[in-house]
Design a binder for this molecule. Structure first.
Ligand code: SF4
Length: 740
């Protein structure tokens, strides 16, 4: 376990302060006192300043992790701990996890659930306006539509109180919501101010707009980011936005028709901004080589390929450098034009959509849409008879707003990738964030302490340099702490093997790895390993393409048949939904072989670094007695995105004496992070044991060895030839199998 923390002098006091007498006391008493306090504040006269009506946020810890199952595991640990009884904990999640309206839940996808929920709330607003209009003397204009019965202010307040009384995971929260007939999605958000511990996924914490929409305030709080090994990539991914040619055309078409219908009612200033948005959309399509007036599906582009531009070059090439995007963005935010457009297309969608293709929205964009505060009523127009009430995908303009926002937030730190692929609908514009620290800076600035924790945080230099130093954190504020591994030293055997049984040097560079002699030598090594390793062997390849190539070569040469004498062979499946089935068969095979005896002693799994089995999958005990890493999984240097990121780091980060340039260090770190994640799959508990075999002489270089986790690095043996390596492996597994 490794962790980095950024702290202020008061960080050590946070827990005591959160639970101390000066703060809210814990348990039931605390919540009733809070309720009293809030009620009193809410009952103050209407002319009291808005800020005074807001609930106070007690000092708290925000704990975030990557997946809901990791968050649930953490909540269960809190429940079991001595603090479980009197900690006010609230779990946040998406509507997909927390919605209790069965009619909405059964829609399945995040997008449809978000859209339907927002629509139901909009209906609530409309219902109110209908009530207004039904007053004597007013003519009724609209039939009231369905609203969500779980979105009642009174019930939500009761649910909020219940949530804070006892620690609950997401499932318990949903059960409580059903019982109380109140929405857990909103109820949990209402509970944030009084909670001492808020458990939430990355996406809510790491995006300023999502934080704001969820009502999270980080000032003076403590943030713990678990599983932080991918934090830099996560922040980059969350803030990188891609818009397709289809979305651009669709947004243009919808906005144009909205303007045609309501143009006369719009104020001149609003009309001006809408025309600017239309102009920008048209220019974005033009820069991709398309025409906004034609269907994106039928437009084939004369050019194809990828072009990478700085933000200012992109704006200039698109001929929109004369448009003030900051003002356009502000107009979008204030007017909520995309939300209005969503309502408009809900009513007239059938005649608007230029193609039947649904906009490609990333999960996070949907998530952001769902968090937009306030719901704007659709334009006042009569509902048409026989109107299709089925929810439709949200407005593509919402997604494009994210792209515009990205263009305005990071001029020097961002790039735009123009990807032209065959037809306009397949082409896209992507904003690439080069400096994730821009967005992390606010977190470290506001919090009293930030803890980045993970099982395999090595190499940590990226976090220090790319994230913390670039976010303005002084080196003295960063504390590094590593607590080693729970297993005894002799339960792992990490080996770097530099050459194979026939003395072939092992160096899997792009030039050499496809040589038949390299693939043959790798096969011979695996055959030898499978003879002495019991149970499961997991073999990682640097890419899917290379794995397929090696598999085909071994199939032809008869090596697969030789391997199959000792191990049943499995391959990582192409599709995510097949992973579970393959793993089930793999573990059944190992179990069966262990009981039956015979020639076949287990199974051999061919996996890919960074693939579906290199993270989050547990190859404990017999499932993974040996992990083999074939070559070094360097990211593709031909990637335009990686090249730009390397150049950016070389320009912006200082180069320490005797060190490789920052860009090259990035490539090495990406490679070693992936290696560390993969090899960490096999050792999962204190009594577990496994050998770790790194096949490539480049692993023996001191700067590379230094990037292994300390608990592996301290025990690693470099073997120049195969004989001693094989002897060490045979001895290790004989001893361990005898004692287990
Ligand atoms: S308010 Fe809550 S329960 Fe109702 S639809 Fe939205 S998420 Fe579901």
């Amino acid at each position: 376990m490794k962790k980095l923390s950024v702290s202020s002098a008061s960080a050590g006091r946070c827990w005591q302060q959160a639970r101390g007498p000066s703060s809210w006391p814990a348990g039931r008493t605390s919540w009733s006192s809070l309720s009293t306090r809030v009620t009193r504040r809410e009952s103050q006269p209407a002319d009291v300043d808005e800020d005074d009506l807001e609930e106070e946020h007690v000092t708290k810890i925000y704990y975030c992790s990557r997946t809901h199952s990791q968050l649930a595991q953490f909540v269960h640990e809190v429940q079991k701990s001595p603090f479980g009884k009197d900690t006010r904990l609230v779990s946040l999640g998406s509507r997909q996890n927390l919605c209790v309206n069965e009619d909405v839940r059964k829609l399945g996808s995040v997008q449809l659930i978000n859209d339907r929920c927002v629509e139901l709330q909009r209906s609530k607003h409309e219902k109110k306006s209908v009530a207004e209009e039904e007053k004597p003397g007013r003519r009724r204009r609209l039939e009231p539509r369905a609203t969500c019965p779980f979105y009642s202010h009174k019930q939500l307040q009761l649910l909020r109180d219940e949530v804070l009384l006892e620690v609950k995971d997401i499932e318990q929260l949903v059960a409580l919501g059903k019982e109380a007939r109140a929405c857990p999605y909103y109820g949990s958000r209402f509970a944030i101010p009084a909670a001492q511990l808020v458990v939430l996924p990355y996406q809510i914490l790491l995006h300023a707009a999502a934080r704001q929409a969820a009502g999270i305030r980080l000032q003076g709080q403590v943030v713990v980011i678990d599983e932080a090994h991918n934090l830099i990539d996560t922040i980059t991914g969350i803030h990188s936005v891609e818009v397709s040619g289809s979305q651009l055309c669709q947004a243009h078409s919808q906005l144009l028709q909205y303007t045609e219908r309501y143009g006369k009612r719009l104020k001149a200033k609003n009309l001006m901004y809408i025309k600017q948005i239309l102009y920008v959309l048209e220019k974005f399509v033009t820069v991709l080589g398309g025409n906004v007036k034609q269907s994106p599906n039928t437009q084939s582009l004369s050019q194809s390929g990828t072009e990478l531009k700085t933000v200012s070059d992109f704006l200039f090439q698109s001929q929109i450098d004369n448009i003030n995007l900051f003002k356009v963005k502000r107009y979008c935010e204030k007017s909520m034009v995309s939300r209005k457009l969503f309502g408009f297309t809900e009513r007239y969608g059938a005649v608007l959509a230029p193609s039947r293709e649904q906009p490609k929205l990333s999960g996070f964009q949907h998530f952001l849409q769902s968090l937009q505060p306030g719901v704007t009523a659709a334009p006042a127009a009569p509902a048409e008879e026989g109107e299709d009430r089925a929810p439709r995908p949200a407005s593509p303009l919402m997604h494009i707003e994210g792209f515009l926002a990205a263009l305005t937030t990071a001029n020097q730190d961002g790039r735009v990738i123009l990807s032209r692929q065959g037809s306009l609908s397949q082409s896209s514009l992507k904003f690439l964030l080069l400096n994730p620290a821009v967005h992390f800076a606010q977190v470290v600035k506001e919090c009293r302490a930030v803890v980045l924790a993970g099982g395999t945080m090595q190499p940590v230099s990226d976090f220090r340099e790319q994230l913390l130093a670039c976010a303005g954190v002084e080196a003295e504020r960063v504390v590094e702490f590593s607590c080693g591994h729970v297993i005894p030293a002799d339960n792992i055997l990490p080996l770097v093997i530099c050459s194979g049984p026939s003395n072939q040097q092992l160096e899997f560079t792009y030039q050499k790895r496809e040589l038949p002699q390299m693939m043959d030598e790798t096969g011979r090594i695996l055959c030898n390993l499978c003879n002495v390793v019991p149970g499961g062997v997991v073999c990682f390849f640097p890419s899917y393409a290379y794995q397929r190539q090696v598999h085909a070569h071994w199939d032809k040469s008869g090596l697969l048949a030789r391997l199959a004498v000792r191990k049943k062979i499995f391959q990582e499946p192409q599709r995510v939904n097949q992973v579970e089935q393959v793993l089930l068969e793999y573990s059944r095979c190992i179990q069966h072989c262990g009981q039956a005896g015979g020639m076949v002693t287990g199974a051999l799994m061919f996996s890919v670094v960074g693939g579906k089995m290199s993270e989050g999958i547990n190859f404990s005990d017999n499932l993974g007695r040996c992990v083999v890493m074939v070559g070094m999984p360097f990211p593709s240097i031909r990637s335009a995105e990686l090249q730009e990121k390397m150049a950016y780091l070389d320009q912006t980060l200082p180069r320490a004496p005797g060190q490789v340039p920052p860009g090259k260090a990035l490539v090495e770190n990406l490679c070693m992070k992936a290696v560390n994640q993969s090899i960490g799959r096999a050792i999962r508990h204190q009594k577990d044991f496994a050998s770790i075999v790194l096949l490539d002489q480049r692993y023996a270089r001191p700067p590379i060895l230094a990037k292994l986790p300390a608990w592996i690095r301290d025990r690693v043996q470099v073997k120049a030839t195969f004989g001693p390596a094989f002897a060490a492996l045979r001895k290790f597994h004989r001893e361990k199998s005898g004692s287990s």
